[in-house]
Design a binder for this molecule. Structure first.
Ligand SMILES: *Cc1c(COP(=O)(O)O)cnc(C)c1O
Length: 357
């Protein structure tokens, strides 16, 4: 295969060993003689996969006994509806920090009363609002810990006087998380822990059952906790790849180890962006995401953008185009992206600078 450096925002780069092990299982699942995608999900061999996947989640994030983890289909976008269905009774507050956060809010507004407690749209979502008052009479506060499109991140598990719910689609498993501070953490797997097709939800069990509405069976988290994520046919392929990805993460030292690696990767790339006169970062420095690094050509060099894209592409850089609503560049440094990959991008930026000096 051609040597490339993948910075895609999602679906993300996955560890090669997870892909190789999945290929084996696709041919012959656990020595059954049947492919992973043809086995019955009502077998002891499949139960073992589910158990291992759940255990890995619990172990890696130190999930306390108060919480359960479930795996479902429908994408993080359907979780926006689950959240409101399961938790919104009178009123909910949302921190509006980007397109995904805004979509979550909009979905809740279709179910009941929900509002933006603070919003950073005035500066195209390049910062995280601070200093807002959290009223005590709301059902929950919803935050998006990493804003994939704008490259901002909330990396501190905040103390919240009301139940805290977080969309962690694009930074889950990138750092240790104090799960006990959240009533619900959810996200799509495809940004950091697996392929598209499965979501994770980590739920404080006693936070459920507080709303008076009828919740359709499939949208009720209790259904999936009771049935161990097997009320209906689970997305077996996606769960398998996720399990293999987490096994890899455990093997390299878990979230505590990847946390340090992710910090080094982010420092390396932001360091170059800040040093290199050709480029400038778009997110407020104190809110910079370690997962999605957004930058543009510096003032005076804007007309070099297409040339840099071509230059970088020639050197094997893939997926560094910024989201269409932001423009410029975005390099996503998810867990499977190595320090060597980031170094290659940095070298490429340096070389380009030499060329243009
Ligand atoms: C990608 C993304 C989503 C949407 O995920 P889907 O699985 O495509 O619905 C939601 N929230 C965040 C933070 C994301 O990055």
């Amino acid at each position: 295969m051609k040597k490339v450096h993948v910075f895609n925002a999602g679906p993300c780069l996955l560890p090669q060993v997870a892909i190789d092990n999945t290929i084996e299982a696709l041919k012959d699942f656990s020595g059954t003689g049947i492919s992973l995608i043809s086995i019955s999900h009502r077998t002891k061999e499949w139960d073992a996969v589910m158990d291992e996947c759940r255990s890995l989640w619990r172990e890696l994030l130190h999930i306390p006994d108060t919480h359960e983890v479930v795996f479902l289909g429908g994408g993080a976008s359907l979780q926006f509806l689950y959240v409101a269905m399961n938790y919104l009774e009178k009123k909910a507050a949302y921190l509006d920090t980007g397109v995904w956060a805004h979509k979550a809010l909009k979905e809740a507004q279709g179910i009941g009363e929900a509002y933006a407690i603070a919003c950073s749209k005035d500066k195209n979502y390049t910062y995280i609002p601070k200093g807002f008052e959290i009223p005590s009479d709301i059902d929950y506060l919803h935050i998006t810990t990493n804003n994939t499109i704008y490259g901002t991140e909330i990396r501190e598990d905040m103390d919240c006087p009301v139940p805290l719910i977080a969309d962690m689609s694009s930074d889950i498993m990138s750092r240790p998380v104090d799960v006990s501070k959240y009533d619900l953490i959810y996200g799509g797997a495809q940004k950091n822990v697996g392929p598209a097709g499965v979501i994770f939800a980590i739920i404080r069990k006693d936070s459920l059952g507080r709303v008076s509405r009828y919740i359709p069976t499939m949208l009720d988290y209790r259904t999936h906790i009771d049935k161990l994520s097997m009320f209906n046919t689970p997305p077996v392929f996606a769960i398998y790849v996720m399990k293999e990805t987490l096994k890899w993460l455990k093997g390299i030292g878990g979230v505590e180890a990847i946390d340090k690696i992710n910090q080094r990767k982010a420092d390396l790339l932001y360091g170059e962006i800040d040093r290199n006169p050709l480029f400038v970062g778009t997110a407020a420095k104190e809110d910079r995401s370690r997962m999605n690094v957004c930058f543009v050509m510096a003032p005076g060099y804007e007309d070099l953008q297409d040339e840099f894209f071509a230059f970088a592409k020639e050197r094997g850089m893939i997926g560094i185009k910024g989201h269409r609503s932001v423009g410029g560049f975005r390099a996503s440094l998810y867990n499977a992206c190595s320090e060597e990959d980031v170094q290659a991008l940095v070298d490429c930026m340096k070389e380009f600078e030499q060329l243009k000096k």
